[in-house]
Design a protein. Structure first.
Length: 505
C-alpha cells in the first residue's frame, strides 16, 4: 500500500498531536502514524504538571523559570532556546486551557500550581496527578475534531529518501495485516518518544519507549546529541518501577530510609535526589516515600492516581503505609539534534518531543518542563514542517531495504528476550545513576557481542497478523543501536555533569 500527504508525523503522543494541529492550521494535509494508540502514549505518565510562570499561587516570573531551567541543565542548555520555551509557557498553558484541558483550580478559579523539584516557586500547572493524561486526551479530541488522519498500529521500519538525499516518507509495518506500507510526504516529523526502555524493567516508561525513531533517524544520517544524559526519577516503585509522581514530594512527601530518617532535600533536582537514594541503598537501606501525614482527604483530592498505583502494584495504601521506592530510568535528555525550527540536518526531516534535542534540558531536565517542551516545540515543528512542505518538489525515491528484508537468513537459536532483560540490568548497573569507566567499557563490549549474534536471534513466529514477536525483535535491534550510542557518549564525557555522574575507579 502507498499513501501520500504533505506532512507525515510519526508518533501520536503530546508532541506529535500538537505538531499535527499546528501543521493542519497551516493549511496542509497531515497524517499521523503510531505503533500503539494515541491515548496510550508516554505523555500520559507525566503526572506532576506543566511549567508556566503564571504566579497564581505565589510570586513568580519568566526570568526565574529560565534561571531554574538553566541551573538544572548544568550549563549545557542553549540559553536562547530555554528563553524561547519559558517565554512561550504562559501562552501554551492558556492555549491548553482554551481547548478544554481540565486543570485543577484555586479557590478563586485560577489554574492551580504546585512546586516541583528545582523550582523556586509553585509553577507546575496541574490536573490532580493526571496532567499529562488530560493534556493528551484533549489534544487527541482536538485532532479528531479537525479531521486529522490517525493510523494506529503502524510500526516505523525505515525513513525513505529521494535522489537528492531528502527524507520523503517512511516504510512502516501494518501490525494488523503484516504488510509493509509506504507513506510518502513532503516533510516528516519524528515524535516517537525517548529511549529509557533500553533499561528494560528498570524504567518508568512503557514498553514502547525503545528509541525506534532515534535509531531510524541515525540510519538516515541525522546527528544525535547528548545521548549519555538519562534522567533517573527518584521515586519509581521498588518492585514494579511504576512512577510515583514528583507531585507527591511537591505536596510535602518525605523520603525515609529503613531507620525512619530523612536523608536529603526532597525537592532538590532529580539527579541529586536519585544519587542520595542510591547512596542509601548501597549502605543496605530500604527507601520509602511517606505521604501519610498529608491525610486521606488531601491524597484522594490531589494525588488519587498515586494511591491507586501504590495499592495495585505494591499492595500498600499510602494513606496508612510507606511506599517502597528506588530510582529508575525515566526521561532521556539526549536525542536527535535539531535547529531552532525543529529541523534535523537531514533535509525534510523534523523532530520534536522526547526523541528530539532542542537543547533546553542539558544534563538534567527540570521537573514540569517535559510537557511544556512538547507543547511549545511540537507546535513549532508542525508549523515549520508545513512551511517546508509547501516549497518541496517531488523527486524519484532511492531504493531502500528494511530489517524485515534481512530476516529470512536469520536463525532462531538464541532467545533475544533473555538478552533484552540482561541488557536492561547491565545498563542499569554499569551505565546508570553512578558510572565507572571500566564498567561502561564492559557494557560496550557486551552490546557489541550481542549485535554480532543478531543473525542467530531471528523470530520464531512466522504469522503475519499481529506478530508481536517480530515487532519486539525489531525493537530489540533498535535498542542495541541506541544503547551503543549512549555508552559511547558516556565514555567520551569524562567528567560528571548532571545525570551523567562519573565515579573514580
Amino acid at each position: 500500500m502507498k499513501k501520500e500527504c504533505d506532512v507525515l508525523i510519526i508518533g501520536a503522543g503530546g508532541a506529535g498531536l500538537r505538531a499535527a494541529l499546528a501543521a493542519k492550521e497551516s493549511g496542509v494535509s497531515v497524517s499521523v502514524i503510531t505503533k500503539e494508540y494515541p491515548t496510550r502514549s508516554q505523555t500520559c505518565m507525566a503526572q506532576g504538571g506543566i511549567n508556566a510562570a503564571l504566579g497564581n499561587v505565589s510570586e513568580d516570573s519568566v526570568e526565574a523559570h529560565i534561571q531554574n531551567t538553566l541551573k538544572s541543565a548544568h550549563g549545557l542548555a542553549d540559553e536562547e532556546a530555554v528563553r524561547f520555551m519559558c517565554s512561550e509557557a504562559i501562552a501554551a498553558v492558556e492555549w491548553l486551557d482554551s481547548i478544554g484541558v481540565c486543570f485543577s483550580r484555586t479557590e478563586d478559579a485560577k489554574i492551580a500550581q504546585r512546586r516541583l523539584g528545582g523550582a523556586s516557586a509553585p509553577r507546575a500547572c496541574y490536573a490532580q496527578d493526571y496532567t499529562g493524561l488530560k493534556i493528551l486526551h484533549t489534544l487527541y479530541d482536538r485532532c479528531i475534531k479537525e479531521g486529522i488522519e490517525m493510523l494506529s498500529e503502524r510500526y516505523l521500519l525505515e525513513l525513505v529518501k529521494d535522489e537528492s538525499g531528502a527524507v520523503s516518507g517512511a516504510k512502516v509495518l501494518n501490525i494488523r495485516s503484516g504488510e509493509v506500507e509506504l507513506h510518502l510526504a513532503k516533510a516528516v516529523i519524528l515524535a516517537t518518544g525517548g529511549y529509557s526502555r533500553i533499561y528494560d524493567k528498570n524504567s518508568t516508561n512503557s514498553t514502547a519507549s525503545t528509541g525506534d525513531g532515534i535509531a531510524a533517524a541515525m540510519r538516515a544520517g541525522a546527528k544525535l546529541r547528548d545521548m549519555e544524559f538519562v534522567q533517573f526519577h527518584p521515586t519509581g516503585m521498588k518492585n514494579s518501577s511504576i512512577l510515583i509522581s514528583e507531585s507527591a514530594r511537591g505536596e510535602g512527601g518525605y523520603l525515609l530510609n529503613s531507620k525512619g530518617e530523612r536523608f536529603t532535600n526532597e525537592l532538590a533536582p532529580r539527579d541529586e535526589v536519585s544519587r542520595a537514594i542510591n547512596d542509601e541503598i548501597l549502605k543496605g537501606e530500604d527507601i520509602f516515600l511517606d505521604i501519610r501525614h498529608l491525610g486521606e482527604e488531601f491524597i484522594d483530592e490531589g494525588l488519587p492516581q498515586e494511591r491507586k498505583l501504590a495499592k495495585l502494584y505494591e499492595n500498600v495504601d499510602p494513606v496508612y503505609d510507606l511506599i517502597p521506592i528506588k530510582p529508575v530510568a525515566h526521561y532521556t535528555m539526549g536525542g536527535i539534534e535539531v535547529d531552532n525550527k525543529s529541523q534535523t540536518d537531514v533535509n525534510g526531516l523534523f523532530a520534536c518531543g522526547e526523541c528530539a534535542n532542542h537543547r533546553v534540558h542539558g544534563a538534567n531536565r527540570l521537573g514540569g518542563n517535559s510537557l511544556l517542551e512538547i507543547v511549545v516545540f511540537g507546535g513549532e515543528a508542525g508549523k515549520n514542517a508545513a512551511a517546508f512542505a509547501k516549497t518541496r518538489e517531488s523527486q524519484k525515491l532511492q531504493e531502500s531495504q528494511t530489517v524485515i528484508d534481512k530476516l529470512e537468513s536469520y536463525k532462531n537459536e538464541i532467545d533475544f528476550y533473555e538478552k533484552r532483560a540482561y541488557i536492561g540490568d547491565l545498563l542499569y548497573k554499569n551505565v546508570g545513576i553512578v558510572r565507572k569507566k571500566s564498567e561502561m567499557e564492559f557494557a560496550k563490549r557486551e552490546i557489541a557481542s550481542l549485535k554480532s549474534e543478531l543473525p542467530l536471534m531471528g523470530v520464531s513466529d512466522s504469522a503475519k497478523i499481529y506478530n508481536t514477536n517480530l515487532i519486539e525483535f525489531i525493537e530489540f535491534c533498535n535498542m542495541l543501536d541506541v544503547a551503543e550510542v549512549v555508552i559511547d557518549s558516556a565514555l567520551k564525557r569524562e567528567v560528571s555533569c548532571g545525570a551523567h555522574y562519573v565515579e573514580a575507579e
